[in-house]
Design a protein around this ligand. Structure first.
Ligand code: AMP
Length: 111
């Protein structure tokens, strides 16, 4: 069980900005931009590598929520999403999550 599971179960607090039956979105505790939100599925999936064809609807749902949540947070000038996967990808929590970053101009390439 990860810390995100505890957030889903309300065992630890989080600044939740969106929730439905499939996903939860909350502010990252260590924000890397003026707006930094994590969008996670409620079911446990370790990472992108843990996906299979049963997750098509769920992953489509998560991605479709991105512009909706971005708009609700006032990100009218654009934003970036990132999904870190595995050690080389910089993933530190083994529960699949989409980083939604905005409120400043993003750099490219990422570090
Ligand atoms: P990643 O490094 O891609 O696995 O991203 C994990 C993210 O979770 C990091 O940006 C952390 O700052 C964030 N994080 C860890 N614990 C919490 C927490 N309790 N509440 C909100 N964000 C968290």
């Amino acid at each position: 069980m990860t810390i995100f599971h505890k957030i889903i179960n309300r065992e630890i607090p989080a600044d939740i900005v969106y929730e439905d039956d499939l996903c939860l979105a909350f502010r990252d505790i260590n924000a890397q931009a003026p707006t930094h939100v994590l969008i996670i599925p409620k079911v446990q999936i370790d990472s992108l590598d843990g996906l299979n064809s049963d997750h098509k609807h769920l992953m489509g749902h998560l991605l479709l929520k991105v512009p909706e949540i971005a708009k609700s947070l006032g990100l009218t000038d654009g934003y970036r999403i990132t999904v870190n996967c595995g050690e080389d990808g910089g993933q530190s929590v083994d529960h699949l999550h989409i980083h939604l970053l905005g409120g400043r101009k993003m750099n490219w390439p990422p570090g």
